[in-house]
Design a protein around this ligand. Sequence first.
Ligand code: GLU
Length: 312
Amino acid sequence: MRSSTGTATTATDRDRQDPRDHRAGYVGRFAPSPTGDLHLGSLYTATAAYLQARAHNGRFLVRIEDLDRPREVPGAADRILATLEAFGFEWDGPVLRQSEHTDRYQDALGLLRAQGRLFACDCSRSRLANTAAYPGSCRSRSPGTIGEPCAWRVRIDPAPIRLNDRLQGSFERDLRRHGGDFVVRRRDGIVAYVLGVVIDDADQGVTEVVRGADLLESTPQQIHLQTLLSLPTPSYAHLPVLTEPDGAKLAKSRRTSRLNPLAPVDELTQVFALLGLDPPAGVREGSLADAWAWALRHWRLSCVPKGLERAL
Ligand code: GLU
């Protein structure tokens, strides 16, 4: 079953959608990469995904996206889970760690290969620098003429890919101009994020993805893979990315993004406000459980401020 991501709706329609309308079998998720500890930006994403799932009486899953072992910070995965717990998140079922079931991605690569969609590419990074889209240099080279180390790219189609994001509205990308044939297995042998996320969202039955707008650009690639692999397309809601007050990327080391797990209610109420809620003083002074109960009563995806970025 494909979702309504391809259906045109207006901003007004989106605002009218009540997230508390029960959608049978809602499954949401939070999928952090263990490249550092949980910070304000990731708490904000997790909170929106959690409230959206619970407001639909849905399931909420946590998945550790640890395919990129070289970028993993030792101990970060466990610390992320401990911090989520300290902030009162409750997830359903065991935490899925991508590194523990890489055979699923190999199966998907096998399917793409059998469709003639994969090709090897040994272009260097510098050769591809300054191009908005892969120029197709290795697209027609005969298989077998390129040895490892090489990346594996998937062939794209000429038609534009559209999605109707629940926060960002209608979004369209012609992959020929945005990225071109893209990498699904990196030169170092690691499965690319886009393939891992598509397989796991489908395997876990995720119906709605709530995540940062920094991933909006990669969503058309994900939809392309879902189509090739006959997987459902979940609905998407891309949250504005939090930035420093001066618009700079939220730096994990700065005071503004560091979390204090000893004051979870303070931190959470700040996050609720960033998500467009208006927690009264009583919520700030109350318990963690009361703060979540209040947020759940007031949560509306349509209250989240619009835009790709939101300055602190
Ligand atoms: N693992 C990604 C990250 O931490 C998020 C992936 C997703 O939500 O699709 O940025």
